[in-house]
Design a protein around this ligand. Structure first.
Ligand code: NAD
Ligand code: ZN
Ligand code: ZN
Length: 384
C-alpha cells in the first residue's frame, strides 16, 4: 500500500510499504478515506521530535473497516469510522479515568511514571515516533488500529468525511482547552495560536458560552480566519502586545482562561534562538509565558501546544496569581461522542478551516506549505 513515510527532518515521501495485518484479536484494519496533517506532525517533520527509522506518519484519519480481529464485536467490515488519535486499551487505570493519552498498555517500551524526555512517555499515538509506541500512522491507504473495540466511532452517512474528520484530534483537543478550565458561560477566553487547534478552541469557547473570545497569532491570514470563522477579536502579536490587549479587554484583570495552542514551535527571534543554544533547549516557551501573564488571578491556563522537554518557569508568578493549569494530550475518547452530536445537530462546524484538499501522493507538498505557512495554508486534508 501507499503511505507517507518520514525519513529525516524535511524528508517525507509517499512510498509503498507492507499492508498492515491483524496482529491482535482486538485489532481492526481500516481503509483510509480521509486523513489530515496536524501541527504535531510538524514537530517530527521539523526535527523537534526525534525519529530514527522510517515511519508512516498521521494520527488524524478515518475510513472504512476492512477487517476485524476476533474480539472486535462492535465493528464489522464496511462500517465507516473516525479514530481518536491516542492508542488506548480501554481497560487500564488511566483509560478507566478517561485519560486515554496515559494508557498503561499501548506503549510498553517507553511508558513510565516519570514523564521525562528520553525514555518515559505516556501512552501511544498513531504515527508518532518510536517513543510514542512506534505504530504506523494513517496518512496511508490502510492502517492497523489496535484496541478497535474501544477507540473507533461509527459515523452517520448523513455527514461527509470532512464534517467528521476533525473528531479524531483537533476538535476534541481544542475543546479540552476550555473543558479543563471548566468554561460554563460568561468567561473571557484568550486563545494563543490561530492554527487548526486554536481555531477549534475558539469555536469550542463559544460552544461553552464564553462572553468574549480573543485570538492571538503572528500570521495575518490566520488571524483573518479566526475573525471570520470563529467570530474572535484578533491580535497580531508582532504588532500589538497581547498581554496589554487582553488586560484592557477584561477591566485590567486578565482573561479568565488563556489557552496555549502554539507550543514550543512559537515564532522565535534571533536572540531566542541563541538563548536556546546556550540553555540546550528546543523551541520556545514564550507563548506559555504570555499566557501566565495574560490570565487573571485565580484563572486557568490550559496548554495544548506541545512542549517536549523541561524549561525555566515563572513559578513565583504562578503561585502569587494562584493560577490553575490543565494540559497534556487531549483525552479525545472522553469527548468524541458528545462532539459528534454537536456536529450532527448543526451546532458546530469544523470543516470550514480546510484550505487544501490534496491526494495522498501530494502529501510532501502539503507538509511543506503547512510548515512554511505558504499559500495561506491552514489545514490540509489528504485522500488516498
Ligand atoms: N495536546 C494535544 O492533544 C494536541 C493535539 C493536537 C495538536 N497539538 C499541538 O497544538 C499545537 C498547535 O497545533 P496546530 O495544528 O494548530 O499547529 P500550527 O503550527 O498550525 O499552529 C500554531 C500557530 O501558532 C502561531 N504562533 C507562532 N508563534 C506565535 C506567537 N508568538 N504568538 C501567537 N501565535 C503564534 C503560528 O503562526 C500558527 O498559526 C502544536 O504544538 C500541536 O502539536 C496538541
Ligand atoms: Zn493532531
Ligand atoms: Zn489503557
Amino acid at each position: 500500500m501507499k503511505a507517507l513515510v518520514f525519513h529525516k527532518p524535511g524528508d517525507v515521501r509517499v512510498e509503498t510499504i507492507d499492508d498492515p495485518k491483524i496482529e491482535d484479536k482486538r485489532d481492526a484494519i481500516i481503509r483510509v478515506t480521509a486523513t489530515a496533517i496536524c501541527g504535531s506532525d510538524l514537530h517530527i517533520y521539523n526535527g523537534f521530535l526525534p525519529q530514527a527509522r522510517p515511519m508512516a506518519l498521521g494520527h488524524e484519519f478515518m475510513g472504512i473497516v476492512e477487517e476485524t480481529g476476533s474480539e472486535v464485536g462492535n465493528l464489522k467490515k464496511g462500517d465507516r469510522v473516525v479514530v481518536p488519535f491516542p492508542i488506548a486499551c480501554g481497560t487500564c487505570f488511566f483509560c478507566h479515568h478517561d485519560l486515554p493519552g496515559h494508557c498503561e498498555n499501548s506503549n510498553p517500551e517507553f511508558y513510565g511514571p516519570e514523564g521525562n524526555v528520553t525514555n518515559q512517555k505516556g501512552g501511544a499515538l498513531f504515527g508518532y515516533t518510536d517513543l510514542y509506541g512506534g505504530y504506523n500512522g494513517g496518512q496511508a491507504e490502510f492502517v492497523r488500529v489496535p484496541y478497535a473495540d474501544y477507540g473507533p466511532r461509527k459515523v452517520p452517512d448523513t455527514l461527509s468525511d470532512e464534517q467528521v474528520l476533525f473528531l479524531t484530534d483537533i476538535f476534541p483537543t481544542g475543546y479540552s482547552g476550555v473543558d479543563w478550565a471548566g468554561v460554563k458561560g460568561g468567561e473571557v477566553v484568550a486563545v494563543f495560536g490561530c492554527g487548526p487547534v486554536g481555531l477549534m478552541c475558539m469555536k469550542s469557547a463559544w460552544l461553552r458560552g464564553a462572553k468574549r473570545v480573543i485570538g492571538i497569532d503572528v500570521e495575518p491570514y490566520r488571524l483573518e480566519m479566526a475573525r471570520k470563522l470563529c467570530n474572535a477579536e484578533v491580535v497580531n502579536a508582532s504588532e500589538t502586545d497581547p498581554i496589554e490587549f487582553i488586560r484592557a479587554a477584561s477591566e485590567g484583570r486578565g482573561a479568565d482562561v488563556c489557552v496555549d495552542c502554539v507550543g514550543m514551535e512559537a515564532h522565535r527571534s534571533i536572540l531566542d534562538k541563541a538563548l536556546n543554544i546556550v540553555k540546550g533547549q528546543v523551541g520556545s516557551v514564550s507563548v506559555l509565558d504570555n499566557c501566565i501573564s495574560a490570565v487573571r488571578r485565580g484563572g486557568w491556563v490550559t496548554i495544548l501546544g506541545v512542549y517536549p522537554m523541561n524549561y525555566d518557569f515563572p513559578v513565583g508568578k504562578m503561585f502569587d496569581k494562584g493560577i490553575f493549569i490543565g494540559q497534556g494530550q487531549a483525552p479525545a475518547h472522553a469527548h468524541i461522542d458528545k462532539l459528534l452530536a454537536h456536529i450532527e445537530k448543526g451546532e458546530f462546524k469544523a470543516d470550514d478551516i480546510i484550505t487544501h484538499r490534496l491526494k495522498l501522493d501530494d502529501a510532501p507538498h502539503g507538509y511543506e506549505i503547512f510548515s512554511k505557512k505558504q499559500d495561506n495554508c491552514v489545514k490540509v486534508v489528504l485522500t488516498p
